[in-house]
Design a protein around this ligand. Structure first.
Ligand code: NAP
Length: 245
């Protein structure tokens, strides 16, 4: 049921953290994977870790519409896409600027809209394809200092529901995943941000502790597979119990 045999899967931000693990896990389940990111060396390193044959990688900046258009023109259809690339930004509201708004929304939201729009317009998503948007638990709870990150991910949740409505007639499904803290290079960067509480201290709020990339990749594989064929428009929270109570 969870088999991805010969399904062509595109993963943005496949060079690191959660995206890297989704690529590895999808390939282990038989998928033919294409990964995107800016850093060619990191993409190439992940590429060599992928089981099976036919995989590909492209270095591009997803916030550059021209680079995205060039990539789209070179592609065949996909059975699934994981919109995972993103950045985190910590600023109390009183320190926000237009530049920060643009930087965070450009990659976390705008680039996802443009890539999905181009894929659909160019008929590059197969009927019964699956679109998976990596959101965040920050989109549904108010974590101080995360205003832009949280808002960009909440926008993604809303976008997922609308795209699910618009593509259902073609059997295409769209769902978002909202993880709590998962240990990746992104969170290691957060550890260095000075806060009044240590990461160890914050982990006590997680009944099952912080997550690992494979916790999220297992859910992504489920959403990409036929096992989830009746699921669309959902936002799946996976947070080790952070929002349990
Ligand atoms: N880790 C967590 O605790 C956590 C929790 C909830 C949600 N998430 C979400 O999960 C996703 C992955 O996070 P992660 O923790 O795995 O982060 P990560 O290790 O920092 O990976 C981010 C990925 O996005 C790519 N990327 C960033 N900007 C890009 C751009 N302009 N163009 C193309 N690629 C770009 C990066 O590649 P290059 O740098 O090479 O471009 C990298 O592959 C993000 O959307 C994040 O918001 C993470």
């Amino acid at each position: 049921m969870f088999n991805l045999q010969d399904k062509r899967i595109l993963i943005t931000g496949g060079s690191s953290g959660i995206g890297r693990q989704i690529a590895i896990h999808a390939a282990e389940n038989g998928a033919i994977v294409t990964i995107l990111g800016r850093d060619k060396k990191r993409l190439s390193d992940v590429f060599t870790e992928l089981a099976g044959k036919g995989h590909n990688f492209f270095a591009l900046n997803l916030t550059n519409e021209q680079e995205v258009t060039t990539f789209i023109k070179s592609q065949n259809t996909f059975d699934g896409v994981v919109f995972n690339a993103g950045i985190v930004e910590y600023s109390p509201v009183k320190f926000l600027t237009n530049e920060k708004i643009k930087t965070v929304f450009d990659i976390n939201f705008n680039s996802t809209v443009i890539l999905s729009q181009q894929l659909l317009k160019n008929k590059l998503i197969e009927k019964k394809g699956s679109l998976v948007f990596i959101s965040s638990i920050a989109s549904v709870i108010g974590i101080g200092g995360t205003a832009l990150y949280a808002a960009s991910k909440a926008a993604l949740n809303a976008y997922t529901k609308v795209i699910a409505t618009e593509t259902a007639a073609q059997g295409i499904r769209a769902n978002s995943i909202s993880p709590g803290i998962v240990i990746t290079p992104m969170t290691e960067q957060s550890i260095n941000v000075s806060t009044d509480r240590s990461m160890d201290d914050k982990e006590k709020e997680y009944p099952l502790g912080y997550g690992k990339p494979e916790d999220v990749s297992a859910l992504a594989v489920y959403l990409l597979s036929n096992a989830s064929k009746w699921m669309t428009g959902s936002n799946l929270i996976i947070d080790g119990g952070l929002t349990l109570t």
